[in-house]
Design a protein around this ligand. Structure first.
Ligand SMILES: [Zn+2]
Length: 417
């Protein structure tokens, strides 16, 4: 399919380019940031061809040959997309773990989009498996199989591995929100945002909710509840989530955040539930936010916490910029940074330069610099007619920051206050 090949080539080229920069240009700190970014995005589907539930073609990846006869319950149905046997096995697995019908359908809507339920699916940049693990996540998945003497292509193994990730690793951030989901569509979006983290700029996130609703119908025989995110009211569910996700708790030194910070933390949680704030690395970032105004700096402290004004700017972006306040680094997840991240005064927003959302957010931070307290803005390239900022004033991006720094800021906006 020509259209399909085109898309694939475009991705290939951009990944080769990124890989080149990654290997030859980046400083160690930038490499870590980019690795975090890669990990956060996990963002290539097995095949765009697999995006409709009636597709039986299997797409462009390279399924392994063979039946996977040693896999247990049933091979891995090599090359068979939307295998009923695989779907049944997946449904039963998560139901036996005690997840709700909504949650399981939400997970499966994502699998349908990622791999059409083919555990041996491998795409052109080597993302693997039923949820298309990429980069270090794929390496870890394969390594654990090897350590246990198992074949990573087995569906049995991959389901156990997903369960391991969502119960014993930082991916467990998805669990409470997933359990609180009241509809399959909502569960699909939660599992996408907190576990899959595909590239929303190219729409890879889309359609998973509808797939989840169809799976829910197929396995429960009932009509799914509407996705509350799709309406304006979130009502009681929101209060519930706030409870389970922890209200302003005493921070590590035992003191409570001051009254204003406590209020700001609650506002962040509310915006997060409304989908207006999206924390790509939820556990460390929430810890930073809950340490509002109590920054512990590197290297003596445990480098966690952000200043009150940083929380305020995050809220302002969520409420006023017209773009989701997507965050992938604050302090704790920014590797003991000696700069503003380590002082709790910086936010990285993962929007690629040149995208409408990225440009809109950049202009918001730039145009409102005085009221937000913007000190530095680094982005490459900036929207036309806009420069970088340094010391609270417009500066030449190349002259002030240099090519090396700029090359690390093509996939996110750095903001310091
Ligand atoms: Zn940054």
């Amino acid at each position: 399919m020509p259209k399909f090949l085109k898309i694939e080539k475009r991705y290939k080229l951009s990944y080769i380019l990124i890989a080149f920069i990654y290997v030859f240009v980046a400083s160690p700190a930038q490499v870590s940031a980019r690795d975090a970014m890669f990990r956060a995005q996990n963002h290539v589907l097995y095949s765009d061809d697999c995006t409709t539930s009636d597709s039986k073609s299997g797409g462009s990846g390279t399924p392994f040959s063979g039946s996977g006869a040693g896999c247990g319950e049933q091979g891995y149905a090599s090359g068979v997309s939307n295998s009923e046997a695989n779907k049944k096995q997946i449904w039963s697995y998560f139901k036996n773990k005690g997840l709700s019908d909504e949650a399981v359908a939400g997970i499966m809507g994502n699998m349908e989009k990622e791999s059409a339920f083919m555990p041996d699916a491998v795409n052109w940049i080597d993302c693997k498996g039923v949820v298309q693990w990429c980069y270090s996540r794929a390496d870890n998945m394969v390594a654990k199989a090897a350590a246990e003497g198992k074949d990573w292509r087995c569906l049995d193994y991959q389901l156990d591995y997903i369960w391991y990730e969502i119960t014993e690793t930082s991916e467990s951030q998805v669990m409470e929100p997933l359990k609180a989901a009241t509809s399959p569509g909502q569960a699909a979006n939660i599992f996408h945002d907190l576990f899959e983290r595909s590239n929303t700029a190219t729409g890879e996130n889309l359609g998973r909710d509808t797939m989840a609703e169809n799976i829910y119908r197929e396995y429960t025989g009932k009509d799914p509840a509407p996705n509350p995110e799709a309406s304006t009211s979130t009502g009681g569910k929101e209060a519930n989530q706030c409870k389970t996700k922890g209200d302003a708790e005493p921070s590590k030194d035992g003191s409570l955040p001051d009254g204003e910070c406590a209020e700001l933390i609650e506002r962040v949680k509310k915006l997060k539930n409304e989908g207006k704030i999206l924390l790509m690395n939820e556990a460390p970032e929430m810890e930073d936010i809950e340490r509002c105004g109590q920054v512990s700096a590197c290297p003596s402290g445990d480098h966690v916490g952000i200043e009150k004004k940083t929380v305020q700017v995050l809220i302002a972006v969520a409420e006023q910029s017209g773009v989701v306040a997507k965050v992938y680094a604050l302090n704790k997840d920014h590797f003991c940074d000696k700069g503003e991240h380590g002082k709790g005064l910086a936010i990285d927003f993962p929007y690629n330069a040149g995208t409408p959302e990225g440009e809109k957010l950049y202009k918001f931070l730039y145009d409102n610099a005085a009221s937000l307290g913007t000190n530095k803005l680094i982005y490459s390239p900036t929207p036309s007619g806009y420069e970088c900022m340094g010391g609270g004033a417009p500066v030449s991006c190349v002259g002030y920051y240099g090519e090396d720094t700029l090359s690390g800021h093509q996939d996110h906006i750095h903001l310091s206050l």
